[in-house]
Design a protein around this ligand. Structure first.
Ligand code: SF4
Length: 389
């Protein structure tokens, strides 16, 4: 790939196969000419194109000829299966492109230059979600510079998922950035639930709550359009508290509440447990429907209720991540799924021309487009693989 806008100092140009030439935004204008915070309206043609091509792919079962539209970026994480940035994994030791910048080796975080380089490989993006597996994205020093760059480049909509404990260190940067939505992982509406579900210390809850209240206050004071969403997790023991959780979120002055089903997260994907909410639990479907018809429909918040899983999801093929999305860590490692590290593939770096069409991607797409194929275990435990109800 030719990366004319931002050549990476340590990656030989001849090893890069993609090009930004065909991209109308990158070829027609410099990043400074773009306007931050563009609406989703201007992305409608890309979205229609994606829907059409996704459908075509499923019908033809062939490699798609489009670029990913959604990026999940964990800028402070390194794939544990591939070693750390300070050492070159043995299996790629002879690959000339597998050299890591000194800065990355020192900080273990993606830096702005690397981010700019990466975006050159992804010319059709409409959204970026900054998140973390082990490390919060707020640990990344140049995080907000990255958001500014993405917004200037093509108006990419950005979401930040954070545990919220580091917010006070970065108030001013956050509110001055073009970030669209911050999702804060509050877990529960009480210290006991926070600790029970997350396994983290009880005494973290009040500082976290204070951070959220202060962020709302400061956001309002500067009239920032930033949307603040709380994420809480619900298991069989706490599903009855959903009405209280909604009231609690409303009282905090945020814009949204995302309620997620309880599953155990592991490096190889989600796992169902005896605390997970299932559709066949007596009364759960009716209970959630009642909340939907009353509190959710009348609330000023945008609320998503937990997705109840089926116990047997071996034939579920609803997830579209493998067709639309690319997940990347601080070291440019690509995974075809945001919920697990999937990179046992020689072609797993963002600069490879086939990064979005590697064996890893093709295998996953085959599982989702071929009825006789076995759905991977992680996908049998994942809420993204449930049909929209
Ligand atoms: S359904 Fe499978 S591919 Fe899709 S996000 Fe979940 S684990 Fe990943």
């Amino acid at each position: 790939m030719k990366s004319e806008l931002h050549p990476h100092p340590e990656i030989p140009a001849q090893t890069l196969a993609r090009t930004t030439d065909k991209h109308p935004v990158l070829s027609a204008a410099t990043p400074k000419e773009r306007t931050p915070r563009l609406s989703w309206l201007h992305q409608i043609p890309q979205r229609l194109k994606l829907a059409l091509q996704s459908l075509q792919f499923r019908q033809a079962q062939s490699a798609p000829n489009y670029e990913p539209l959604h990026l999940y970026l964990s800028p402070a994480d390194l794939n544990p299966q591939l070693g750390t940035a300070t050492t070159t994994p043995k299996r790629y030791a002879t690959n000339p492109v597998n050299t890591f910048s000194k800065r990355l080796a020192q900080t273990q975080r993606m830096d702005l230059d690397s981010f700019r380089f990466m975006l050159d490989q992804l010319p059709e993006l409409v959204s970026i979600e900054f998140f973390g597996h082990q490390h919060d994205p707020l640990e990344t020093p140049e995080l907000f510079e990255m958001m500014k760059y993405a917004a200037r480049l093509n108006g990419t909509v950005t979401t930040l998922k954070t545990h919220g404990l580091l917010l006070p260190n970065r108030w001013h940067e956050l509110l001055a950035s073009p970030l669209d939505t911050v999702v804060i992982n509050l877990i529960g509406h009480k210290p006991s639930i926070y600790s029970l579900i997350s396994g983290r210390p009880l005494n973290e809850f009040m500082p976290l709550l204070n951070n959220i209240q202060a962020l709302v206050q400061q956001r309002n004071a500067v009239h920032s359009p930033l949307k603040i969403v709380l994420r809480m997790i619900v298991d069989v023991h706490h599903v009855k508290y959903i009405p209280e959780m909604i009231q609690f979120a409303e009282s905090l002055g945020v814009e949204g509440l995302q309620l997620d089903n309880f599953v155990k997260m592991t490096p190889t994907g989600p796992i169902k447990t005896d605390r997970t909410l299932y559709r066949d639990h007596p009364g759960f479907v009716e209970f959630l429907q009642q909340i939907q018809d009353t509190q959710v429909s009348s609330s000023r918040l945008q609320i998503t209720l937990p997705v109840l899983l089926n116990r047997d999801m071996a034939t579920h093929r609803y997830c579209e991540e493998a067709f639309t999305t690319i997940s990347v860590d601080a070291q440019f490692n690509v995974s075809a799924c945001s919920q697990q590290y999937l990179s046992a593939d020689p072609i797993h770096k963002i600069w490879h021309s086939q990064a979005f069409n590697s064996v890893m991607y093709q295998n996953l797409r085959t599982h989702f487009s071929t009825p006789k194929s076995t759905v991977p275990l992680a996908c049998q435990n994942c809420a993204k693989n449930m049909p929209c109800s």
